[in-house]
Design a protein around this ligand. Structure first.
Ligand SMILES: [Zn+2]
Length: 110
């Protein structure tokens, strides 16, 4: 790659971490896992009798100021939490690479 020689050691490391993450992660999802507790309406259920509400997980995603929610089935919780973490890691790495771009602009360095 032509520009590789001009990258700092830090930038090379960030790019390689991001590259590895994108190449190996089993998924990415932008959003946050939200717990919602509710009562089901059955007067004889434990939620009504003991106040033990039913807890469901949702993935909440805000884009262009709009929030959407998607129910997460039990068997998908671990996967979605992992994908969410992957997204956050990739996003943080890209943000750090962007900081380098900002510094280069400040220093007028290509
Ligand atoms: Zn209930």
């Amino acid at each position: 790659m032509k520009h590789r020689g001009t990258w700092s050691k830090k930038e090379r490391s960030l790019r390689s971490q991001l590259h590895r993450l994108v190449a190996t992660a089993d998924g990415f999802v932008h959003g946050s896992v939200i717990e919602m507790a509710r009562v089901c309406g059955n007067p004889r259920c434990k939620c009504a009798l003991k106040g033990e509400k039913h807890v469901s997980l949702y993935l909440g995603q805000t884009r262009k100021r709009k929030t959407r929610m998607k129910y997460i089935p039990k068997g998908w919780e671990a996967r979605i939490r992992r994908w969410e973490l992957n997204y956050r890691k990739a996003s943080d790495l890209l943000e750090e690479i962007s900081d380098d771009g900002w510094s280069k602009l400040s220093a007028r360095k290509e």
